[in-house]
Design a protein around this ligand. Structure first.
Ligand code: PEP
Ligand code: MG
Length: 751
């Protein structure tokens, strides 16, 4: 039974329209359970009702017309209670309703299960029987599993549905909720970033059919060569039997089904990538249906081959793309490389299915001031090319297919936002000082790829975090000492004499170097930051030498070390810094030792602050990672972003602890994580005793506005209260009330 629910979901994935998918669900469910009728209702945001979308065995004329509100009839009861019911006689249930229960006249047995997506009812599956009898345990297990699996796939399916609705404007717009990742509003048309997977490969017509066939055939030959080379490479380490797997792959690759199927589709006018996608899905589907686990697993092999051929198609014909004005770059996983390809003046916004507010792509978007929404789990983004959308980076909402009236209202909001921004600009030159005269050093986070050296250095007090890894990530090779020297030197000169804190390479996690293939199952807990550079002394020494040379004669450099979790890491690191210093001195260069600092972003570092204090000059709290590790919430995983909150009492307490421990040793402590850039949280951090803040430049005016509206005593009062609160929602409300009380409604973050 469980297998058959999986089969149904696989079939559903291979449909191209939701209508088709839903009628398949009801037909297959009905036959699997031997029910007399099966139906599916889907939640419609506009009418706030559940609409009958497909039925098998009863009243097909009601499809698309019948609907129920939450709590109306049995279906509404299931939707409202988010519970399964399995009744021998629907008539006995207090919520039974003649009108709301479709074709109920002759039915008694009733089972309803909610389809839950992201904690909310997205639809209801219902099954009915003429006889007075509950559904069996097996049926109940099958039906609930199917609903569960559909819930997980819902976003994907809803996008398909709404995509098919896009040609029918009367049926309206679709709102999709994701994670707000970079503030701002944008209206524009979607342009897809190079898709990494078949699923999000879009349809496209092709003009030159013969050359498209040739491109496809060349990609197949290239994959065949790769497989043959792989086999040779592995010959010494694998048995003949295992090696024959390569031959099996080659056979699948060269099968008539794959080659002829794809070529036939190309000849029908679909480009090679779309033709390959459809052929691979068709082939994989056949294997997916097989109950023999060995044969079923071949579906994954087929998809792997498809991915390999797709990669070659992408390399063979890199698209020379024209980017329209006000385009919204969208993709399954939009990364820094894709963003850098679009001219900044044409890029209105970013939509990424993967990602979250603390992912590094989000940080770059904020640095570049591009509104961004991410974490739109399982959205079928490939279907949305060219669609007009409105993107709200403040609330994390994307509106597909808005009406002209929606767009007018949205543009009005955009103008209001501009007015606030203009007002904030006047704050730029004023000091960050509380109302009782306490000046707070506010620095900027840089290194995210913007044209940073064209900013007005006068307006900033210094750089609190320069992320060097983005310089490494944007290249195909490791940068040389000379290249790094020039980068750091320009930066230090630009801000001199103000302090510039440059962090050594913090690769790993979601910041993978493109030219290194490190496969780790859990990269955020793996070879990250200092662990990587201590493993690769040659890379580290090059960077340290470049940094010391860049500082010569200027003297405003501070070096910050990421991901410190043990004392011996800092000892070895400082030993290498000494070595770089003495080597350069021996070479006759006039270098001095800069101030050094440790990031406090791994919980273990909190408890060795006293020991670290004997070795470094300052601390910088990385609240992004510290929150991730403290709450065990992956900062890049959209499914858990709802609980990734740095107002969690554990985070508030740990910041307080860090400050006390550092101050006991007379060491200053700043915050450079994203928490510092949120006005309300910034007030809290000051109240907790943090000495300085560092944030993305676009956050600075709002934070300054907050600081200039409070006294230090008020900030301390807020921190004292927050330390007594046991949940993040109440702390957020405490801070919001404080902002509103001084008229700063525009800075309030509503969750
Ligand atoms: C942090 O973890 O808070 C931090 C500033 O570093 P990054 O976001 O680059 O990991
Ligand atoms: Mg970090």
């Amino acid at each position: 039974m469980i297998t058959s629910s999986k089969q149904i979901v696989n079939e559903v994935y291979n449909t191209t329209h939701l209508d088709e998918a839903l009628s398949l669900i009801v037909k297959r469910s009905r036959s699997t359970m031997g029910a007399d009728a099966c139906s599916v209702y889907i939640y419609d945001t506009q009418s706030d009702r559940f609409i009958l979308m497909a039925v098998d065995g009863a009243m097909p004329e009601e499809v698309g017309k019948a609907h129920v509100s939450r709590n109306e009839g049995l279906v509404g009861w299931v939707a409202a209670h988010e519970e399964v019911i399995n009744l021998s006689d629907a008539y006995d249930h207090p919520s039974f309703d003649h009108v709301a229960n479709i074709g109920n006249g002759s039915f008694h047995g009733f089972m309803g299960v909610p389809i839950i997506y992201h904690g909310r009812t997205a639809g209801v599956l219902a099954a009915q029987k003429h006889v007075l009898q509950t559904f069996s345990d097996d049926d109940a297990a099958f039906f609930t599993t199917l609903a569960f699996q559909l819930g997980e796939a819902m976003h994907h399916l809803l996008t398909k549905w709404d995509f098919s609705r896009l040609n029918e404007p009367a049926r309206g717009k679709m709102l999709i909720h994701g994670i707000p990742c970079a503030p701002g509003l944008a209206v524009g048309n979607i342009i897809l970033s190079q898709p990494a997977d078949l699923q999000s490969t879009p349809d496209r017509n092709v003009q030159d059919i013969e050359s498209e066939v040739n491109i496809f055939q060349a990609a197949v030959i290239a994959v065949k060569k790769e497989l043959q080379a792989g086999k040779e490479h592995m010959r010494v380490s694998l048995s003949d039997e295992t090696l024959s797997m390569f031959d099996a792959y080659i056979m699948m690759l060269e099968s008539d089904k794959l080659i002829n199927g794809t070529v036939a589709r190309i000849r029908n006018g679909q480009w090679a990538r779309g033709s390959l996608r459809d052929t691979i899905f068709e082939m994989a589907y056949v294997f997916d249906q097989m109950s023999d686990p060995y044969l079923a697993a071949r579906a994954e092999d087929i998809r792997n081959i498809g991915r390999q051929v797709l990669t070659h198609l992408q390399q063979a014909a890199p698209e020379s793309r024209t980017y329209p004005n006000r385009c919204i770059l969208a993709g399954a996983e939009v990364g820094p490389a894709e963003i850098s390809k679009v001219p900044r003046d044409r890029l209105a916004g970013i939509v990424s299915v993967q990602g979250s507010a603390l992912s590094h792509t989000a940080i770059i978007c904020r640095a570049l001031e591009i509104p961004a929404v991410m974490g739109l789990t399982d959205l079928a983004i490939g279907n949305l090319e060219d669609c007009e959308i409105m993107l709200d980076g403040n609330q994390g909402v994307v509106c597909i297919n808005p009406s002209p009236m929606d767009i007018d209202a949205f543009r009005q909001r955009m103008q209001e936002e501009h007015a606030i921004a203009a007002r904030l600009e006047t704050l730029q030159r004023l000091p960050a000082q509380t109302m009782d005269g306490v000046a707070i050093p506010i620095h900027v986070n840089l290194g995210g790829g913007a044209d940073e050296l064209s900013m007005n250095a006068e307006e900033y007090e210094g750089v609190g975090l320069y992320r060097t890894e983005f310089f490494f990530i944007a290249r195909d090779t490791l940068p040389t000492e000379e290249e790094q020297y020039r980068l750091y030197r320009d930066l230090l000169k630009f801000f001199a004499p103000k302090p510039v804190t440059i962090r050594t390479l913090d690769t790993g996690g979601d910041k993978r170097l493109p030219f290194l293939t490190i496969a780790e199952t859990n990269p955020f807990l793996g070879r990250r930051g200092i662990r990587f550079t201590l493993d690769h002394t040659e890379v580290f020494m090059t960077q340290l030498r470049a940094l010391l040379r860049a500082n010569a004669g200027i003297g405003n450099l501070q070096i910050l070390f990421p991901m410190i979790s043990r004392i011996n890491e800092i000892d070895t690191t400082l030993g290498l810094l000494d070595r770089a210093h003495s080597d350069l001195t021996a070479e006759g260069r006039d270098v001095t030792k800069p101030r050094t600092g440790a990031m406090i972003e791994v919980p273990s570092a909190v408890y060795i602050i006293a020991e670290l204090s004997g070795r470094v000059d300052f601390f910088s709290i990385g609240t992004n990672d510290l929150t991730q590790f403290l709450l065990a919430v992956d900062r890049s995983n959209p499914w858990v972003q709802g609980i990734n909150d740095n107002l969690h009492p554990a985070v508030v307490h740990v910041v307080s602890d860090i400050v006390q421990r550092a101050h006991l040793q007379n060491k200053p402590v700043g915050v450079c994580g994203e928490m510092a850039g949120d006005p309300a949280s910034a007030l809290l951090l000051l109240g907790l005793g943090v000495d300085s803040l560092s944030m993305t430049p676009s956050s600075l005016p709002r934070v300054k506005w907050a600081i200039r509206s409070f006294t230090m005593q008020q900030a301390r009062g807020l921190a004292d209260k927050a330390l007594k609160i046991d949940n993040e929602t109440d702390t957020q409300q405490l801070l919001n009330r404080a902002l509103k009380a001084v008229g700063l409604n525009a800075l309030v973050r509503e969750n």
